[in-house]
Design a protein. Sequence first.
Lengths: 192, 192
Amino acid sequence: MKAKDLRVVKTKKAIYQALTHLLKDKLLPNIRVSELCREANINRGTFYFHYEEVGDVFKEFFEEVILDLEESYKEPYKYISAQQIKSSAFKELDPKTVRIFHHVKKYEDFYRIILSDNVPTTYYYMFFDAIRSNFIEDSKIGKYNESKKYLYSFLTNAIIGLIIEWHRSNFEESVDDMNIHLVETLNMIGKI
Amino acid sequence: MKAKDLRVVKTKKAIYQALTHLLKDKLLPNIRVSELCREANINRGTFYFHYEEVGDVFKEFFEEVILDLEESYKEPYKYISAQQIKSSAFKELDPKTVRIFHHVKKYEDFYRIILSDNVPTTYYYMFFDAIRSNFIEDSKIGKYNESKKYLYSFLTNAIIGLIIEWHRSNFEESVDDMNIHLVETLNMIGKI
DNA sequence: AATTTTATTGAACAGTTGTACAATAAAATT
DNA sequence: AATTTTATTGTACAACTGTTCAATAAAATT
């Protein structure tokens, strides 16, 4: 039952800050271990004591964000505007699905990295799994149906598809716009 | 109008073979330039004359596979079994959409790499764009509609979602099974 | 407050990276 | 067949990697 060692806390905080700073100028795979340690003012040996590569630091970061994603799914409908709820287009749509865009916008800078080229696919899959497990959670009101796993992966990645498109247009559109795009898309598919 | 220099052809072939060999034992990001050159029996300087990093070699490889993907979209329906065509479930489904699973199965070993962790997201997006442009190509019988870009990205990534799930179950299911999963999924969505 | 535990440091090592350049060999061009 | 072009080689260099280890400093435990 030992608490966190203060030395470790201090070291990791320094590394986090250094990474955040460096990520503004260069992509993750281009950040060297020695570079990061220089920026964080820690010994290179210390880094290798805690991590194996720079990506591991980012992974820790990532887990914090995913935590927010999961919490945001559990919160009530506060992120949905009254305007949207009134909109008849939403009559069929589970508002839980829609909260994802709000989360992405909240961590916009972060998702710029996640969705950028040259980061390992690992992060994409972590994002994928986080969303997917929420889909399953929602539908678990019934029983978990093994045969539906393809449906979950289809829907999950479809939503990420919209987010990829959003990212490519530099997150210009609003969260509300994205919700509308989702509804329109689902309507179009229904008509196939 | 100069043809390919025979020296270059020979060198690149050696690098391709070396990479293919090394990829059986380790992941792409763990393959060192010097390692690849040792395996290919070429000078490290030669490598840097043609490429910047190991990933560039893989990217060249990738473009060949994508070429097949695009060609397979242009071929007639020969990859769809008679059984499927008879199946009433397919009455609504454009067979062009479905050919993607055949292509993935054909290059199964390759897509094991593409979809694995730790490869850069670049390859994912190249795959994404290749499929997406085929979607647009198909619907261009009408006019290209800018407002539909979210629909295209939604559908494209949804299909890849199925392929991710397929990959995770180690490509055990047959191409026909995947076609059926797609139809079932679309039917389920239609009922939302 | 004294003792134990352990995170951090600094130094050293062989191997890798990315770059540069002159020498050479091989291909293309005339 | 002679000449031009250029891909490949070998070498060198400073910086980075990944690992190991003893010394030290800092925190936790008694």
